[in-house]
Design a protein around this ligand. Structure first.
Ligand code: HEC
Length: 126
């Protein structure tokens, strides 16, 4: 009996599976903006991150360096959503979407460590 059910209108089942497949694909292909460092730089200014972290994320008294961040995207986003101190304002998804967090992260990652982080090369001229 179950066999009879199985062979019953395989075409319909097939079409259903196809339709589901397309729905899934459509969801997966939703314009997931690739992280864009330039957008990240703009968001950084827009949200005044530099007010505390310095114009290029170099860090200031009280706010750590975030240029060349070693935080992965998930951890980075976590710090935005739930900062580790009361000084850093929280940026919930309504203020800064996951995509925007990824842009910011891409920009900060693209910045090298600020000058002064590496020990200066010994002077060769004297
Ligand atoms: C009012 C000052 C202030 C502003 C504005 C601010 N931050 Fe912060 N931020 C801090 C302080 C202080 C800390 C250190 C405490 C902590 O980890 O929450 C911090 C920590 C962080 C950390 C964790 C760094 C680490 O390595 O643990 C990240 C990432 C970060 N901020 C990103 C941002 C971004 C991106 C923005 C803008 C969207 C921003 N912050 C705006 C003050 C600020």
């Amino acid at each position: 009996m179950s066999q009879a059910l199985q062979v019953k209108s395989p075409g319909r089942l097939h079409r259903k599976a196809l339709a589901l497949g397309f729905l899934f694909l459509a969801a997966a292909c939703r314009p997931a903006a690739p992280p864009d460092p330039e957008l990240g730089a703009r968001l950084y200014r827009l949200h005044h991150c530099g007010h505390c972290h310095g114009p290029r994320g170099e860090g200031r008294k009280g706010a750590p360096r975030i240029a060349a961040t070693r935080l992965g995207l998930r951890a980075f986003r976590g710090r935005l959503r739930r900062p580790g101190s009361v000084i850093m304002p929280a940026f919930p998804a309504g203020r800064l979407s996951d995509d925007q967090a990824a842009h910011l992260h891409a920009w900060l990652e693209s910045l090298g460590p600020p000058a002064g982080i590496e020990p200066p090369h010994p002077r060769a001229d004297k």
